[in-house]
Design a protein around this ligand. Structure first.
Ligand code: DQA
Length: 144
């Protein structure tokens, strides 16, 4: 079972950017948290981050035939990118959308999520634990 975790723009700035919204854990902390969790559960995981929309599309396409599940936090591209939505639809890999902050309680422009239309589940406002919940959700689904 292999899961690909994809993070979009500015998520590499975790720990520095807007701690009131995103907490104090750094991106390196997030990587370690995901890797430790997956190791303990015997899940193969790859984590990818890019600030560039096309690179995120490439990463989703590359998952075709190699990953059993995708966890994606597209950052601000959540609210703008039809290309990322189409990429997730193209590969037909079960995908969970994660947001560290509670986007539904933030600005109006954050209320649209294109990628959500192709996702089996959305987790918001659980901090970085949301990534682990998403991984567990996909892993449970794969056992069935
Ligand atoms: C985010 C929420 C987005 O609105 C924002 O642009 C981000 C992070 C989150 O994890 O809460 O970059 O996806």
């Amino acid at each position: 079972m292999k899961i690909l975790v994809i993070n979009g723009p500015n998520l590499n700035m975790l720990g520095i950017r807007e701690p009131d919204h995103y907490g104090k854990e750094t991106y390196a902390d997030l990587l370690a948290k995901i890797q430790n969790h997956c190791q303990a559960k015997g899940i193969e995981v790859e984590v990818y981050q890019s600030n560039h929309e096309g690179d995120l599309v490439d990463a989703i396409q590359k998952a075709y035939g190699t990953a059993d599940g995708i966890v994606i936090n597209p950052g601000a591209y959540t609210h703008t990118s039809i290309a990322i939505l189409d990429a997730v639809k193209s590969v037909s890999i079960p995908t969970v959308e994660v947001h560290i902050s509670k986007v539904e309680e933030r600005e109006d422009f954050r209320q649209i999520s294109y990628v959500r239309l192709a996702c089996v589940k959305t987790i918001t406002g659980h901090g970085t634990d949301g990534y682990l919940e998403a991984i567990d959700y996909l892993a449970e689904g794969m056992k069935k």
